[in-house]
Ligand binder design. Sequence first.
Ligand SMILES: [Zn+2]
Length: 442
Amino acid sequence: MLDQYVHELSDWLRIPSVSADPAHAGDVRRAGEWLCDYLEAAGGEATLLETDRHPLAVVDLPASRESGRVPKVLLYGHFDVQPPEPMELWDHPPFEPTVDGDWLVARGAVDDKGSLYMLLRAAAELAREGRLPVDVRVVADGEEEVGGTSIVRWVEADDRGADACLIYDSGMQRPGEPAFVLSARGALAYRVRIRTGTRDIHSGMGNAVLNAAHVLMRVLGAVLPREGRLPDALRVGVQPPSDEERAAWALLKTGLEWITELGANPYDDRALEEFHLRTVHEPSVDVNGILAGKPGLMNTTVPAYAEANLVFRVAPGQDVRSFADAAEWLMHAAVPPGAKLELLRDAMVAPAQTAPDERAVGMAADAFELVVGKRPVLLRAGGSLPILSALAARKIPAVLTGFGLPASNVHAPNERLRLTDVPMGIAAARETLIRLASLRRN
Ligand SMILES: [Zn+2]
């Protein structure tokens, strides 16, 4: 069986569906067509929807019996891949999938074709056997790696909805230890522009005239954390972790391990002990760039203009719009008379959260525990995942998981999937689909 899986998946991996490179736009489309063909062969009805960039594949695979009266399950993944460069660091050509020891090596072997393949194969097998117990809809995009949002717009506009969504696009921290990601922080990005006069002036006027760089520092200072916490106005809605979640942190990589591995340093004295709390339960802010005056040039001017960009991460439980109002108010309140602040909002993604006690989560966890032999640890992501936010807004419980490993080299040369995880991932998806059949909307 493993040979057949590797053979089918390799066929897909050979298509260089690099979404960031316009020269590969045709390949991204071909990868979407491959998915449609694969599921049509199992009785699915497929459509390749055009978007502004790369097409979206939507395939309905109806339940073997009582379609329309059984739960609806959405399976999501993406068929585009990261660029393979630098080529010279690959042991095998990235688009010529190669079995090397215990691994299948190719760009996309894990992120995300190899992972999505497990879902497709599980649904197709059940459909072919006449044992698919739920109405499956697969939706997959070809622009995940370039921040495409057509999948979000599709979820928002889809009238049919779903009772649950299963996504294979993350991984395990250790082999044989599955993890479910149930929440993600939201994101709010701004460009901050300060003007304090019509032109730069001689610093002989210093201390008498407004300096745009100084004003910018005050504006940024108004939203920066103190002792690891954003100002109270930006913490409305923050939910403390449950005892179960705190207990689960013991199973995860520690803050010290993360920070050391990244070559970084803790923000303050308590950043190590509060690592998991700060990265998933609390909101945060980071200034990503600052421009003011003429750094590097010895000069004696008072700059009249300064700008910065920053990103807030909004915690699950917080309302991103109220958060934005509060953040804008704090920044405006820090501006002295005479200075002008302009705030340009670049992105706004709501935080996403599926409750750990959702029935669909319990069923999927039971399925994984049975197949893998270990109950999945329930996690929250510190980053932002627009698809999870869109599903949360539609009240569709979503489980984000997968079988990639830290050694899978995702987004790096020699991306690889551990061969023994392929049948396991397929079996876990099969078992999850079977168990979700007893899910009904209340
Ligand atoms: Zn990726």
